[in-house]
Design a protein around this ligand. Structure first.
Ligand SMILES: *Cc1c(COP(=O)(O)O)cnc(C)c1O
Length: 464
């Protein structure tokens, strides 16, 4: 029964809705305004404040204004500033204000994009974004897109479709007879593939024994001569942007071999597939359109908010068969029903912010974004090279891979950089040695940010 007591929070949520929105809006503006003055990563002392969260769930209700003010202060202090231009860890991607603002509106509309009926707006925008992105990335016109959380989920979806097709090739009815007792499939993949690849293969039951991990060249590119025989029961996994080096496979040659054998080709293009949107970098993705499926993120290179990934597949009927769904209360229609393209049902309407970004930037804006990110990475490499910091990769896109003279030296450099507060980089290992990854992926990164970061990194090399 609704409470008539004004002190109860459910009532306050109505009375105080305005105050709560203002707290959020002010918190966003304060955070954005303060970004350049913050250390590149919160200090241990600041992060110690997170210990205050460790309490049992409160018995009594509290004033939402007070709670949100506390959250705003805690978040402002402890959020990792992945936006702002000085964060080069992982492949984080910046945050375009258009995307942030569109997402805030979308969240207030609380649209679910399972069925067209649930949100014609979200459904239409999925359809439009799908067409625009397929065109922008130069993929076959018949390619469909599923809007998922990220490349990990996109990979999972694409492999589910691949599994269905390859078992069909082997004369096996997967939906009727299942996976147990099915013919063996084979996977050919670079040994340095992203961890999400191994996980998706495991979740889908491909079996370690059937996975052929292939050696690669210094930039992580699959070697043609390394050929485990490819046949019509093979899933060949290629990369547009290795997570360490940013290297791109030779799609033209590899897809030609695979097509001849009727294998399935999947491309992990989490951040690198966007090279296709710039004529200056499109040579890297030459031939990529010959693949069967692709996984990419918009929350990396396109600088959309997090949880915006895309699975792309050129075989619509087969793909829909793999994702088969529908319920008496939620039947699929002949309109765009988002859940026909993904494993989930209720999902945020993430096409709203993707559309806002694409519509604002236009093709030229996306090209400029890709170019700027890559040029800043090239500048970083140039400045470091001028100071003799060892660069291990061929800097073709947005990744710069460096190391010290020994693994210990690299470890000390990384600690020095991470403690500097000037910029933040993460560690990794590459071809058996410890390395430091510098990933330039945000529109916010200026040449001055690069110069400051390059000085600190050079100093770390000299002094560690
Ligand atoms: C980030 C990344 C992934 C995983 O993407 P998520 O969006 O984090 O799931 C996969 N492959 C590559 C090359 C990546 O950079």
């Amino acid at each position: 029964m609704p409470s008539s007591d004004k002190s109860k929070p459910l009532v306050q949520q109505t009375d105080q809705a305005d105050a709560l929105l203002n707290i959020a809006f002010n918190a966003i503006k304060t955070y954005q305004a303060g970004l350049q003055d913050k250390p590149a990563y919160p200090s241990h002392a600041v992060l110690d404040r997170l210990k205050s969260l460790d309490e049992g769930m409160p018995q009594r209700s509290s004033d939402p204004v007070e709670i949100l003010q506390g959250l705003a202060a805690l978040g402002d202090a402890t959020a990792v500033p992945t936006t702002g231009g000085r964060f080069f860890g992982f492949v984080s991607g910046g945050l375009l204000p258009t995307g942030l603002s569109a997402r805030m509106m979308a969240d207030s509309w609380d649209q679910a994009s399972a069925l067209h009926a649930m949100s014609p707006l979200a459904a239409e925008l999925e359809r439009v974004c799908e067409r625009w992105i397929v065109d922008l990335l130069g993929l076959p016109q018949e390619t469909i897109a599923g809007f998922v959380t990220g490349t990990s989920m996109a990979t999972y979806c694409a492999f589910a479709a691949a599994r269905l097709q390859l078992l069909k090739n082997a004369g096996w009815d997967f939906h009727r007879d299942g996976l147990f007792g099915a013919p063996d499939l084979k996977v050919v993949v670079a040994e340095n593939a992203h961890s999400c690849i191994w996980r998706a293969l495991r979740l889908l039951g491909f079996g370690e024994r059937h996975i052929h991990r292939m050696p690669t060249d210094q930039n992580g590119r699959l070697r043609l001569d390394s050929g485990a025989a490819i046949d019509e029961k093979t899933l060949l996994i290629l990369q547009a942007g290795d997570v360490n080096t940013g290297g791109f496979d030779d799609f033209t040659a590899l897809c030609a071999v695979a097509k001849e054998k009727n294998a399935w080709v999947h491309v992990d293009g989490a951040f690198g597939l966007w090279a296709a949107a710039s004529k200056d970098y499109a040579y890297l993705t030459d031939g990529v359109e010959a693949a069967d499926s692709w996984a990419t993120d918009t929350h990396k290179t396109l600088n959309a908010p997090y949880e915006c990934g895309l699975v792309l597949c050129r075989h619509e009927a087969l793909y829909r068969e793999a994702m088969q769904t529908g319920a008496a209360y939620a039947p699929l229609t002949d309109k765009r029903d988002g859940m026909a393209f993904v494993p989930e049902m209720s999902r945020r309407a993430r096409a709203i912010e993707i559309w806002a970004i694409l519509k604002t930037l236009g093709k030229e804006g996306v090209r400029d974004l890709v170019n700027q990110i890559c040029e800043r990475a090239a500048l970083m490499a140039k400045l470091l090279r001028a100071h003799d910091v060892p660069i291990l990769n061929d800097v073709v896109f947005n990744q710069v891979l460096i190391s010290g003279d020994t693994d210990d030296h690299t470890g000390r450099m990384l600690a020095f950089i991470q403690a500097s507060g000037v910029c933040w980089c993460g560690g990794s290992s590459w071809k058996g040695r410890d390395v430091i990854r510098i990933s330039v992926c945000g529109w916010e990164t200026t040449e001055a940010h690069i110069a400051d970061a390059a000085s600190v990194i050079t100093e770390s090399y000299r002094q560690s």
